[in-house]
Design a protein around this ligand. Structure first.
Ligand code: APR
Length: 393
């Protein structure tokens, strides 16, 4: 097969890239090693920044998102049972977030891509990328038991944290950075109406809790657990009890209901400081992981794609590699910002040390500051809804 941009991975990064390139008349082919069913049913993040929503609207991919997604205009923050609200739109000149499951984004984009005649091979595993230091890189893949080669002008590795893209970059071309947090998230999905119309982040002496939602019938909730904890230690009853304690404030009640998904996920931050080698580019989770606390994972992937598209458009229009060679540098500015914000939200609301310790008092001092300073609250709001692209360009 031959194309202009060979894309590995049909997650949010790869699919968004394919659609956006198409809008500019640039061809691409996507290879995805999982089945369509699997790729569409993975339960993941569900928070879309203003930029992300605007991009999907511009690409004509937001019909269902606008209909079924829920726009949130603020977030609740709890500390030791005290609750405050950070209003987004009011502090950021009208920018907000939308709650819409990542698997729904993947479904919408896959359907639209295939309906428009786009090439996407499921259960096609990229095995090796070669020739990316020259002008005709090749992706060797396996599809239906057969070996194939995708020859292209460029390779976009949108193949997630465990993909082959990052592993293919020359060893001396990057530095990797990571933090593994000393706690994990136990997350549940439950068939129950959300108990709050907006998200609630909570610090409690028992540990962090987050009340989120997927729709008006499905709630998504999380609690901090130890890294060596096991899901079998958590009966549904114990989960609801703990959530109720940690999220509790005076006069507020948590609705409980049947849990249909529960799992424990470790929390980590990771990134590589180089996302390009010749004609091979990394985007999304392939290059960086953020703890889910700031809701940045999917949005960072879409932001990478924005810069990558700018680069490809420059190349095919002006025959210039300049924007593409600048891709890493420009994408990394937002990635660092998101790493900092994700780390900030994580360390602010998780129990890191004994309740009442020095660290606890620093956390509390920050919370108190948010509650009385519009300036401090604004820094949270503008990071939460996502900074406009112009900020970093
Ligand atoms: N060949 C083909 N496909 C591959 C290969 C390979 N060798 N390796 C990985 N893939 C596919 C995976 O099966 C997956 O569908 O690449 C895709 C990567 O998708 P994601 O992991 O969803 O990553 P990305 O598109 O960068 O999405 C960004 O946002 O909310 C966050 O972490 C969340 O994954 C999400 C991320």
């Amino acid at each position: 097969i031959k194309t202009q941009v060979g894309i590995i991975g049909a997650g949010p990064a790869g699919l968004t890239l394919a659609h956006w390139l198409k809008q500019h008349g640039i061809e691409s082919v996507i290879l995805e090693n999982r089945s369509r069913e699997y790729a569409q049913s993975r339960v993941r993040a569900g928070l879309l920044e203003q930029n992300t929503v605007d991009i999907y609207k511009k690409l004509g991919l937001a019909d269902r998102l606008v209909k079924e997604g829920q726009e949130h205009h603020g977030v609740y923050l709890n500390f030791d049972g005290k609750r405050i609200r950070v209003p987004f739109g009011e502090l950021t000149g009208g920018r907000n977030i939308t709650i819409y499951g990542q698997q729904e984004v993947v479904k919408d984009l896959t359907e639209a891509w295939l309906a428009g005649g786009g090439e996407l091979y499921f259960e096609a595993e990229a095995k090796q990328i070669e020739g990316f230091e020259g002008e005709n890189p090749k992706i060797h893949f396996e599809y239906a038991g057969e070996k194939g080669i995708l020859t292209c002008d460029f390779v976009a590795a949108c193949d997630g944290f465990h993909g082959i893209g990052r592993k293919t970059l020359p060893k001396n071309s990057f530095n990797e950075f990571s933090i593994t947090y000393p706690f994990s998230w136990l997350g549940i999905l439950a068939n129950v109406a959300p108990s709050s119309e907006e998200l609630i982040y909570a610090y409690h002496e028992n540990g962090f809790a987050l009340h989120s939602l997927r729709s008006d019938k499905v709630s998504r909730l999380y609690i901090q657990v130890d890294n060596d904890d096991h899901i079998d230690n958590w009966s549904d009853e114990r989960i609801w009890e703990e959530l109720s304690i940690r999220l509790g404030t005076k006069g507020w009640k948590l609705n409980s209901g049947p849990i249909f998904e529960k799992s424990i996920t470790p929390m980590r931050s990771f990134f590589t400081d180089n996302m390009q080698s010749g004609r091979l580019f990394l985007a999304g989770d392939a290059a960086h992981i953020v703890p889910p606390t700031g809701g940045k994972g999917l949005n960072l992937a879409v932001a990478d794609v924005k810069h990558l598209v700018d680069g490809f458009v420059d190349f095919y229009k002006n025959n210039s590699m300049q924007s593409l060679d600048n891709y890493s540098a420009i994408a990394l500015k937002r990635i660092w910002r998101a790493q900092d914000f994700s780390n900030f939200m994580t360390t602010l609301f998780h129990k890191q040390d004994e309740h009442g310790s020095f660290t606890y008092h620093l956390q509390k001092a920050k919370f108190d500051y948010i509650s009385f300073s519009k300036v401090y609250a604004t820094t949270i709001a503008e990071n939460y809804v996502g900074l406009p692209f112009e900020t970093f360009e």
